[in-house]
Design a protein around this ligand. Structure first.
Ligand code: 13P
Ligand code: SF4
Length: 327
């Protein structure tokens, strides 16, 4: 019954997306049905690159609010809709603009790098934005003598300090999903699957990252599993990724990393990502709402650090000369 209903909704979505010249962008943490119907699935960087080059009139962003907001900042003349406005992000919430502005003012002279998981107001206070797949490259683009503020994710910040050797002033925000992995349970699962390689997203705590054979963004984790000769992997990130990972690496055993007892899910699911459903996606395409609106003053300020990121991330850019913030 459920499947018949899903098929009906998918058929309606397919008709509407053609009629309205809409593109459906989805993150790897969305439900399998949404991933399978999307025009494009990717990590945060790939999704913003896709949003930057789309010629669709409507962008249906099946992800969380900061992702849809980034697409709107890049595309002010396009309509950007999100299936459910409650699709927030604990990391974005952990960095309120008034407190972050004070933090910057209390520490003058720093280059402000913000992880894309933050609000438009926070981006507007930043020099440059980064994602988990380009953060090292972005940090290397800042002249060595320039001190750096990094926000909002403290785990990613600590990991990047180690990788780049740059000491940074860190904001102490966290992702509730990546904080929930249990080291003890991870060890127990590793004992049951001694051949399995642990791979982790850099938002995870240091104690989890220390156990990982590979650390990377969601898309980098998928590529790793696809190309590595190992047959078994324990995956420490949001469990939605397993759907696309399994499609790209059929025949490999993928085990979601276990979360702590007090987590609502035995594996790790992002409740924000999962508020989007097939039905809500259909309704938002049909009604063209809820729509993402960003006040123009904030948008213009937030656009610059996003454009810098996109420029540095493009194949053309060589960061050996450092990046200038003169504009
Ligand atoms: P990626 O950019 O690696 O897809 O990560 C997004 C995210 O929200 C991780 O929790
Ligand atoms: Fe935010 Fe964490 Fe969910 Fe990613 S997994 S969207 S960082 S709450």
């Amino acid at each position: 019954m459920e499947k018949i209903r899903d098929r009906e909704i998918i058929s309606k979505i397919n008709t509407l997306r053609k009629e309205k010249n809409a593109v459906i962008l989805a993150h790897y943490y969305q439900t399998p049905e949404i991933q399978d119907l999307a025009d494009f699935i990717g990590d945060s960087l790939q999704l913003s690159q896709e949003a930057a080059k789309t010629d669709a009139s409507i962008i249906v962003f099946s992800g969380v609010h900061f992702m849809a907001e980034t697409a709107k900042i890049i595309n002010p003349r396009k309509k950007v809709v999100l299936p459910d406005l409650n699709a927030g992000c604990s990391l974005a919430d952990s960095c309120p603009p008034d407190k972050f502005e004070k933090f910057i003012n209390d520490n003058p002279g720093h280059t402000v790098i913000t992880y894309i998981n933050c609000s438009a107001e926070i981006k507007a206070l930043s020099d440059i934005v980064c994602t988990s797949s380009n953060a090292e490259k972005i940090i290397h683009s800042i002249p060595k003598e320039k001190p750096i503020i990094f926000a909002p994710d403290v785990n990613l910040g600590k990991y990047l300090q180690k990788k780049t050797g740059r000491k940074m002033l860190l904001w102490t925000g966290v992702c509730i999903v990546h904080e929930a992995f249990s080291k003890e349970k991870l060890i127990n699962i590793s004992l049951l699957h001694p051949e399995a390689k642990i791979i982790a997203h850099p938002e995870s705590e240091e104690i989890i990252l220390q156990t990982a054979a590979f650390i990377g963004s969601t898309s980098a984790m998928i590529s790793y599993v696809k190309n590595d000769p190992a047959r078994e992997f324990i995956v420490a990130t949001e469990a939605g990724i397993l759907h696309q990972m399994q499609k790209e690496a059929p025949g490999k055993l993928l085990i979601p990393a276990p979360a702590n007892e007090d987590n609502t899910c035995a594996c790790s699911e992002c409740a924000f990502m999962k508020v989007n459903t097939l039905e809500k996606l259909y309704l938002c395409l049909k009604n063209e709402k809820p729509e993402i609106i960003v006040p123009e003053e904030i948008r213009l300020k937030a656009l610059k650090p996003i454009e810098r990121m996109l420029e540095i991330s493009s194949a053309k850019y060589s960061f050996t000369d450092g990046f200038s913030f003169s504009n």
